[in-house]
Design a binder for this molecule. Sequence first.
Ligand code: APR
Length: 235
Amino acid sequence: MSKSPQSIVVLSGAGISAESGIETFRSEDGLWANHPVDEVATPEGFARNPSLVYEFYNMRRRQLLSDKIRPNAAHTALAKFEHEFPGSFLLVTQNIDNLHERAGSQNLLHMHGELLKMRCLNSKMVFDIRKDIGFDTHCRCCRSPGNVRPHIVWFGEMPFHMQQINSALQSCDLFVAIGTSGNVYPASGFYQTAKIRKAHTVELNLEETGSAFDSHVYGPATEVVPAYFEALLAT
Ligand code: APR
């Protein structure tokens, strides 16, 4: 990268939360190794067996809200950078945990939704939640309970905030992906959109993903993310 960046877009994936104790999806003992995706992360799976889907996300929400799970040095480094960087900064996360918020990130978009939110199937209204949801859950818009679903994007559904994300990708001069395997579209194509606009693209990940970023730094997020963004701020 020749000159200091003016506009940065960062994309994070499950790898940034791994060292906080939240399992990733595609590691050997990851979430998808123990839960069939089509049963717990598709609209069809929810229609077929809502109880299984409610419990899958209730279990992950209970874990997230336990005092063992907290932001790590990578989350903190990103929030610190955002507040000290003079240019424009957008953090797009594929993660449904709230660790970026808890670390202090503000200009943040959850493109796959949030574990601590539920949505009414009738009104589409979204509500904050911090407890289990199920057939007995009341939303504030319906008279009867049981009309809610996790406010999470399942396979086959359109991610949130895509217009805003694409607009930011087209005007950034630096794109950084952190802790994502690049397996799921459209997030996996963001670096190519940025590249078309001549942005410099960087991948910070534990291991190679085979994606054609301009540069790569491999290692655990709690080491490579603070080092990368501290150096960037010094340029
Ligand atoms: N530090 C940095 N990277 C890590 C670490 C770590 N400590 N641990 C794991 N990783 C990397 C892995 O090498 C892998 O490339 O994080 C990546 C995690 O990949 P996935 O498990 O596929 O997670 P992600 O890329 O976020 O998945 C994208 O797929 O299933 C859907 O909706 C789900 O948002 C998710 C999307």
